[in-house]
Design a protein around this ligand. Structure first.
Ligand SMILES: NC(=O)c1ccc[n+]([C@@H]2O[C@H](COP(=O)([O-])OP(=O)(O)OC[C@H]3O[C@@H](n4cnc5c(N)ncnc54)[C@H](O)[C@@H]3O)[C@@H](O)[C@H]2O)c1
Length: 375
């Protein structure tokens, strides 16, 4: 209904897609992504292709919906490297002013270096945007308060908080030390709580003062947390906690006009390069380029996404899957208190082969991704 015949002057989309790749799910064609284009330019080109075959009124409607974050103020935590850096660059390109937070820590969380955050600020300024560096530790409650205050002092407001900072200290449970457990839980779980807590207080104050708030919290979980990866009980527990935190805070902050969503990303960064021996493909679309994670963050930040909240999105290349976690499964119902013997008999009858987690890779594949090891 929305599509009409191509006129002679318009390019044939078949020609444009000569070198297109097929989406891992097999159904959604992806236009070839040129490495020399920025994320906003890639998104714009894809959209332009689609608009070519739409009726004029549809073209107008969609043109008005291209994310424009002009005047918005964003904090991205852990934005000095990897995925966070890409988020900061993409959000700046969409017009937002950015607080680039990064402790500049080693992958294990040790050390402090202001350089990565400062470099990203320089990159944003070089592309004509506005940004300021912040070196606070997101797991420090008072430091997170100073981070939120810096955004408001410097740019006059805060609209979007992207919680992304993270570390790794992998170990099998039998050997995990208390410090490995505590540090990973702190940076991820408390590192999501602390900035969100202070941003939420600010947004509630704005809403109570009568302002129309369109706040955004965008969290970072992991396939390790939502599907369960061996060797990462500390990291995966924190990441599963972040998915649960997303569901709850989304409900709490809805009344103030704040949406809360979450990514479970997959990308080639120092976090994955150490574990998986993976290089970029010589040519064509690179599904593990960390910049593939950022269009979703830009889209969720747009005013038009005000109705989307409490979602956890698995992202692998061009495949974005809105996950359904902990949905009801097998029901064992009794009209009265279960007798343990009867219940055990029922369990073994209904699960004759036993039952166990399928593991992270199976979950990733079902969501449209692949094992990083296969890359
Ligand atoms: N790379 C992947 O495939 C992948 C997969 C799943 C989840 N993630 C998650 O994505 C996020 C980004 O990871 P990445 O792959 O870009 O890793 P990265 O190591 O490249 O970047 C993480 C950044 O966070 C910063 N940081 C660490 N602790 C901090 C703290 N306490 N306060 C402030 N900054 C701190 C580091 O200095 C670093 O620059 C993390 O939360 C990670 O767990 C990544």
């Amino acid at each position: 209904m929305l599509l009409r015949q191509r006129t002679a002057e318009e390019p044939d989309l078949g020609e444009l897609r000569d070198d297109s790749e097929v989406h891992p799910l097999g159904s959604i064609p992806l236009a070839r992504v040129r490495d020399d284009l920025t994320i906003a330019e890639r998104a714009r080109r894809l959209l332009d292709e689609l608009l070519l075959v739409c009726e004029p009124e549809v073209q107008d409607a969609y043109s008005a919906q291209v994310p424009n974050l002009e005047g918005k103020v964003v904090i991205v935590t852990g934005a000095g490297r990897g995925i966070g850096r890409e988020h900061a660059l993409a959000l700046a390109e969409a017009g937002a002013n950015i607080v680039v937070n990064d402790l500049g820590a080693a992958l294990s969380g040790e050390g402090h270096d202001d350089t990565p955050a400062q470099q990203v600020v320089q990159e944003i300024e070089a592309q004509g945007g506005e940004a300021v560096a912040n070196g606070e530790n997101v797991a420090d409650f008072a430091g997170a308060e100073r981070l939120v205050a810096q955004a408001i002092d410097r740019f006059g407001r805060l609209d979007i908080l992207v919680n992304n900072a993270g570390i790794l200290r992998d170990r099998m449970i039998v050997n995990m030390t208390e410090a490995e457990w505590d540090s990973v839980i702190a940076v991820h779980l408390k590192g999501h709580f602390a900035p969100t807590r202070h941003a939420a207080a600010y947004w509630r104050e704005r809403a109570k003062a009568g302002e129309e708030v369109r706040g955004r919290v965008i969290n970072t979980s992991s396939p390790s947390g939502v599907f369960g990866n061996v060797g990462q009980s500390n990291y995966g527990a924190a990441k599963a906690g972040i998915a649960g935190f997303t569901l709850i805070v989304a409900q709490e902050l809805q009344r103030y006009g704040v949406t809360v969503n979450c990514l479970a990303p997959n990308a080639r960064t120092r976090m994955t390069e150490d574990t998986f021996d993976m290089g970029a493909p010589a040519e064509g679309f690179d599904p593990l380029d960390p910049s593939n994670m950022s269009p979703l963050v830009v889209a969720l930040s747009a005013d038009e996404a005000q109705g989307i909240t409490g979602q956890v999105f698995h992202v692998w290349g061009g495949a974005i899957n809105a996950l359904q976690g902990w949905s009801p499964g097998e029901l064992f119902a009794s009209d009265e208190k279960w007798n343990a013997d009867a219940l055990l008999a029922e369990l073994t009858e209904r699960f004759p082969e036993g039952v166990a987690p399928t593991g992270m890779v199976a979950g990733m594949q079902a969501a449209g991704g692949q094992s990083l090891r296969a890359q």
